[in-house]
Design a binder for this molecule. Sequence first.
Ligand code: NA7
Length: 538
Amino acid sequence: MTRTSLAETGSTDVIVIGAGFAGLYMHHRLREMGLNAVGIEAADDVGGTWWWNRYPGARCDIRSLDYSYSFDPELEQDWDWSEKYATQPEILSYANHVAERFDLRRDVRFSTRMTSARWNETTNEWVVETDQGDRWTAQFLVMAVGALSAAKQPELADIDSFAGPTYYTASWPHEGVDFTGQRVAAIGTGSSGIQSIPLIAKQADQLTVFQRTPNFAVPAQNGPLDPEVVATLKRRYREHRAEQRVSYGGVVNPSSEQSAHEVPADERTQRFDAIWEEGMLFGFLGSFNDVMIDPSANAIVADYLRDRIRSIVSDPATAEALCPTTYPVGAKRLCLDTDYFETFNRSNVSLVDLQSTPITRLVPSGIQTTESLYEFDTIVFATGFDAMTGPLLAPEIVGKDGETLRDAWSAGPRTYLGLTTHGFPNMFMITAPGSPSVMTNMLVSIEQHVEWSTEAIAWMAERGVQQIDPDLEAQDAWVDHVNEVANFTLFPKGNSWYLGANVPGKPRVFMPYIAGVGPYREICDGVANDNYRGFTFA
Ligand code: NA7
C-alpha cells in the first residue's frame, strides 16, 4: 500500500485526515451524500490505532461484539468475532473488511502525513499540505486523527545511548520481535505494558519491569465466544445498538442505583467477585452509584482490587509495590489484563519500583537507576501517548486571522461540543477533547460524531450556507460545563493522560466530557434541532 505516486494538487469537497475507524466511516457517509473526499493517512493502510499498535497481547478492552460499527445491519450480521475481547490482528482484519466491502481505500492517500492546514478567508476553503508535497483545497476539513495516536517519547536522559534494539509498543515492527534468550527491560505499566509484559516474559530469558506508577487491572477472563451468545445478540443487535447509544459508556453494563455504604460488606464482596469473574472491566466503576464520586466508596473498590493483587503475587514486597495507593480507582484508566500480576511469580521476572529508585539515565549497556545499573539486550517502551490534543496539535493548523490551533489551545483545548473550535470554520474534529471520546466505546462515539458532522454539512448545503463556526460564548460555556461535570467526580484525581499529566509542560485540563454518551448525544441533537444553536453561519 506504500504510496508511489507523485505530489498531487487539487480541489475536493472534504479533506479527511486519518483512515482509522473514524476516517473510514466518514468516507462512507460522504460518499453516500454524493460528496467528494480526499483522505490523508500517515500509515500504509487503514486501521488507525490497530495498524500501529501491534505489540504482543494488544487487544481492545471493550467486548468485540460492542466494539464494531452499527451503521450497517448487514455488516454486523455478516462479521464473526472469535473471542470476547478481540486481538489487534482480528480488529485490523475487521477494518480491512470494512474498507473492502465499502470500497473505502480509493479516496485515501496512504503513507502521507498532513503537515499543515490553513483557512483561506478569501476563498472560504481549507488548504492542506502534506509531507509528500500534495496541496489540496476543500470547503471542509475533518480531523479523524484518533485520540491516542501521538506516541510520547519518555523523558529519560541519554535515551539514545542504549546500544541494543529498542521497541515502542505504539509503533511495533510488523514482522514481530523474537525475545528468545534475551535480557529485556519493559518501561511503562499502563494498558500497553500490562498487555505485553506477560507474553514477553514467556519468551525472554529475563524480563525486568520498570514501574513508575502501579495500575489497577482486572482480568479479561477472555476466551472464545459462545456461538449461542453470539446468535442471541445478533437476533437483537438493533435493539442492543440502540441501548449502547443511550448508555453511559457506549456499552450496556448494569449499573447500580445503590451507594456502596448502603450494602453490607459481604454483599459488596459478592458483587465485586462476580464482576471480577466475568472480566467486566468497567463494572467496578458502576458497581455502586458513588464509586466515582465519593472517595470512601471508591476506597472500598480499591481495597478489594489491592487484596486481589496481594492474593495473586507471592512475594509480599512485590505485591505491595504493584498496589496503587496514590489515586482513586478509575482516575487513571483501568487496565484489562491476562495473567499480568501472575507474571511477577515467574522466576525470570523482576520489578523495579521507580518511585523509590528512579531512572537517572540510559547507558550503552542498559538502564541506570539511583541504586543500580541494569544490563539488557533489548528495551521495550510502553510509555504512552500525548493523548487527545497531541494528534491535533502536531500539524500546523491555522484558522481565521492567522491564529494557530496551538496558540488558541495554549492553556488547554477549547471546543464547542468536542466537535468544533472557535476561529477554525468548517473544521470538524472526531472524538476531540470536550466529548466523551476515550471514556467510552470509541466506535459508538465515532459513529455519533461522524453522523452529527455530516448532518451539519448536509444542513448547510440545503440552505446554501458556506461557513460554520462556533461562537466564543457557546464554546466558553461548554468548556465550563465539561470542567464542572469532571470536577464533580473523582476522575480528575490522578496523574493521568486524561488530564495531560503524563506530558511535561502540558496544560492540566481534564479533556473528556464524562456525563455519558446518552446525555451527550441528547445535547448534540438538541443543538442541531435548534438550528445549530451556538454556531454562526456565513
Ligand atoms: P499509558 O497508559 O499512558 O501508560 C504509559 C506508562 O508508561 C505509564 O505506566 C507511565 O507511568 C509510564 N511512563 C511514561 N513515561 C515514563 C518515564 N519517563 N519513565 C518511566 N515510566 C514512564 O499508555 P498505554 O500505551 O499503556 O495505554 C494508553 C491507552 O491506550 C490505554 O489507556 C487504553 O485506553 C489504550 P505514569 O503512570 O505516567 O507514572
